[in-house]
Design a protein around this ligand. Structure first.
Ligand SMILES: Cc1cc2nc3c(=O)[nH]c(=O)nc-3n(C[C@H](O)[C@H](O)[C@H](O)COP(=O)(O)OP(=O)(O)OC[C@H]3O[C@@H](n4cnc5c(N)ncnc54)[C@H](O)[C@@H]3O)c2cc1C
Length: 420
């Protein structure tokens, strides 16, 4: 790479942003990676296992963290958001705002600060299903492995964490910081968030405790989740004897998300294997409109659907009601194959809620489509999009997409360097 070349800015440190950053850096380009959370990995780090191989997410993420650590061309800024972008392709001026972590790189993640911390806060990594101390490690596999002090959750005069730290790593007086730099191109990889299931009123989320979402099931099944890896009914903490998955909970629905979220069918089939492993006797029913598992996911679908006590019901769930005595759920639909009413009872219902792009807060210049996904990478704008912020997809598709966006960004870097 030309020594005059300016860096690429990557916004979002999920699997798409990580991929774009390491691919661009391994081609010889400088990269600044900006992540608003305290650690990298995005939503993938919250999964229990990946389909189709059913390996833990640490597998794929750890490889990328190694590539990142071994590459001095990548600067990682966490708790950081882009405040403004000015200039033009090949020469953007960017300002990034960094929220204080109140913990420096001297942190060894020993946990002494959390041990003495008297305050608690909702654990966002576990979707609010648990609490952390105000001095917390974002999660077990957090990269960077640095604690954070949430000052908003602390009592004003407490400095127990600073007193307990043997490394002088706690800095309670850290303030917001701003950094400005010039970059040649920007890759936005800001990802997705789950659709708010409470908005689908006929499906009872937020009303009936044993109606949960697919994102919640990932955390319940994970060994570092709120139940230590056990899928339990929220109402009584018991393993469910039967589970119903409701597909297209919001997706492919004009009243909610008119598009297909692409991953929910494979995610529910994967989660049926979690239930099967933990509750071998449980009956599992999957209510679906169509099963969408294209390409290499077809084999995964056939294998998961062939498990004992797994039934697929072709019908969009119309209503969920609760039996108030047992807190079981009654799910009804019209069976599209027989034309008759299909009704099932279950101890736990999982809504396969869809993917909503997380594109708010991006600086002007990025264009959005009618569903607020970022528009595809475009010729010479210098502003490119990758991953689920651009379209819903599984990890392998996201990685390919991010590699493509890195290439477009590199072309912009090369064009601008030859003009210097
Ligand atoms: C229930 C469920 C299960 C799934 N299971 C699988 C599976 O088993 N296998 C599989 O292949 N795929 C699975 N997926 C899909 C997988 O989650 C996505 O492919 C993946 O998360 C996409 O990564 P991403 O980097 O595009 O987005 P994200 O994972 O959302 O990462 C985006 C990152 O950008 C950061 N960010 C957001 N806004 C800003 C901003 N303004 N500034 C800075 N940073 C920002 C976020 O904090 C986050 O770290 C599943 C999806 C669901 C819904």
């Amino acid at each position: 790479m030309n020594p005059n070349a300016k860096p690429v800015l990557v916004v979002g440190g999920g699997i798409a942003g990580l991929t774009a950053a390491v691919e661009a850096a391994e081609a010889g380009c400088q990269v600044v990676l900006v992540e608003k959370a305290p650690s990298l990995g995005g939503r993938v780090s919250q999964l229990n296992q990946y389909f189709p191989k059913l390996c833990p997410p640490a597998c794929g993420l750890e490889i990328n963290y190694q590539r990142l650590k071994n590459n001095p061309g990548i600067s990682v800024l966490t708790l950081a958001e882009v405040e403004s972008i000015g200039g033009s392709p090949g020469d953007f001026e960017v300002t990034v705002k960094l929220a204080p972590r109140h913990v420096t790189e001297a942190c060894t993640a020993c946990g002494a600060c959390a041990e003495v911390c008297p305050a608690t806060r909702p654990d966002e990594f576990n979707l609010g299903l648990a609490q952390t101390k105000a001095a917390y490690l974002p999660h077990r596999m957090a990269f960077p492995a640095l604690y954070v002090i949430d000052r908003a959750a602390c009592s004003k005069d407490c400095h127990a964490c600073a007193d307990a730290c043997n490394y002088g790593a706690v800095k309670l007086d850290q303030a917001v910081e701003r950094r400005s730099f010039r970059v040649a191109a920007v890759v936005a990889a800001t990802g997705w968030k789950p659709y708010d299931a409470a908005r689908i009123e006929n499906l009872g989320f937020g009303k009936y405790p044993n109606v949960v979402t697919n994102s919640i099931v990932e955390r319940l099944a994970a060994s570092d989740g709120p139940t230590g890896g056990k899928i339990l009914r929220p109402s009584d903490g018991q393993p469910p004897q039967s589970v119903i998955f409701v597909q297209c909970a919001g997706s492919r629905d004009e009243n909610h998300l008119p598009y297909c979220s692409a991953v929910c069918c494979a995610a529910s089939l994967k989660q049926s294997t979690y239930v099967r492993a933990q509750c071998p006797e449980a009956q599992i029913s999957i209510f679906y409109i169509d099963i969408r598992t294209p390409g290499r996911l077809e084999d995964f679908y056939l294998t998961a659907a062939a498990q004992a006590k797994v039934e697929l019901v072709k019908g969009k769930a119309a209503k969920i009601e609760e039996d108030t005595a047992s807190r079981d759920l009654l799910v009804s639909a019209e069976d599209a194959l027989s034309g008759k009413r299909a009704a099932r009872r279950a101890g736990l219902v999982v809504l396969a809620t869809g993917i909503v792009p997380q594109t708010e807060g991006l600086p002007p210049g990025f264009t959005l489509d009618e569903f607020r996904f970022l528009s595809p990478p475009n010729g010479k704008t210098g502003l490119y999009a990758a991953g689920c912020a651009r379209r819903p997809g599984e990890v392998s598709a996201t990685v390919q997409d991010a590699t493509g966006a890195a290439l477009k960004a590199l072309q912009c870097v090369a064009r601008s360097a030859t003009h210097e």
